[in-house]
Ligand binder design. Sequence first.
Ligand SMILES: [Zn+2]
Length: 328
Amino acid sequence: MPWIDRSADRYTRLMHRRAAPPLPLLSAALFSVALVAGAAEPTADDFSGARALAHLEGLVGLGPRPSGSPGMARQRQLLSDHFRTAGATVVPQRFRGRDPRTGQSIEMENLIVEWHADRKDRILLAAHYDTRPFPDRDPVDPRGVFVGANDGASGVAVLMELARWMPALEGPVGVDFVCFDAEECVVSPRDPYFLGSRHFAREYLAGRPVGTDVRRYRCGVLLDMVGDADLAIWQEQYSVEWDDTRPVVESLWGVAARLGVRQFVPRPRYRVDDDHVPLRNIARIPTCDVIDFDYPHWHTTEDVAARCSAESLSAVGRVVLTWLREQR
Ligand SMILES: [Zn+2]
């Protein structure tokens, strides 16, 4: 999740600026109905938060994983092996970018993970897998070690556990996971964000193959900062405002309400510039951002695995898996 330039007020707390929509689901009676309905869902217990947390811990155990680093290379190998073993086709998408620490050109690489590659109608699930070079917001050590447990590993860990369920995914849609490099290969506010998703979006828009073929995505979901033990995923403001992404938000949060997943809050709160913006504005793939931006350890040395929980990863994984299974 990128730097937030509060002085420029690009990211605004919107909670008090927007008229609150009616909230019938928040009544206790209706919530209990939703919980009963959730208990009958056949998919509710499939996704293992414990496994996802173990994946998160494994990624964090590789150490810092900024673009171009040895940790990133180890992570790429680990993920390629993991997804191939689970039955996916894994295709690297290489490009070059500038390392802001040295000024040198370095190789960067998105990882495209294809499920049911023969299905033409496809859905994109994305997460960035690079970690920020430094914990800039750390009050004690802003040039210390940043391992990005929530901001970097959490979305990828959910994808790693979702992989178990992808070979058996029925229905008309194929799924591509994309791990984006260089979401935040930045050390100053002037450095560019989203190098990986912008590259991917331009290739897609130009009609060039992404993965093994030219692709057509129905929509996309971006997972970022979804592991916080104190999880609350408010709807992201761009995702709600854009006409083409609002249905994605409504269907995801609708699944969450039906499953009784209380961590999905059905109201907008923050406007966040994230990888979904180039996906939607450049590639024209309607992509919503699933992000919990209330995380006190954001961009600090305290963004560690102990701040994340299996329950939170499970909440997100169950919603996304159920939603995928309902696509027609
Ligand atoms: Zn970040």
